[in-house]
Design a protein around this ligand. Sequence first.
Ligand SMILES: [Zn+2]
Length: 161
Amino acid sequence: MSRSDLLNLVVDSSAIIGGFLPEEDNYFTVSEVIDEIGDESSKERLLYFLNSGKILIKTPIEKTLKEVTKRSEITGDTLSITDLKLISLALDLDSVIITEDYGIQNVASTLGIRCKSIRESGIKKTINWEYYCMGCKKIYSKNKKVCQDCGSKIKRRPRYT
Ligand SMILES: [Zn+2]
């Protein structure tokens, strides 16, 4: 899987404080989030993700920030400059925001940006996989290298129940 196949996700401070853990997608945040986190262990965790390149710092485009600021004035949500930058970055990157913050969710939704809570963003961890034979389509509950029946390769897919 190349990096371009992965989702772009913007992470805010409430997600970091809430225990967000990056998986294999592309995660972004703005530098102001670092100062917004008062809790030492959360800050340490964020710095670790930044240093290891799991989360990347980006600056939103100035024009986008102006639009988002205007929008937040219309909805009447009181957002910090950090929040406004995060929403702008999500627009720039055409990405989903991971946040527990109601104000961000509200303004983001009026701009057509999708928000996920940490609980929802962890959905991938609880996917049940099934394994199927590329030859005879037999389904296995456990991974095998090759099909017992026909010897074809086994592939994995999410099991929807
Ligand atoms: Zn088979």
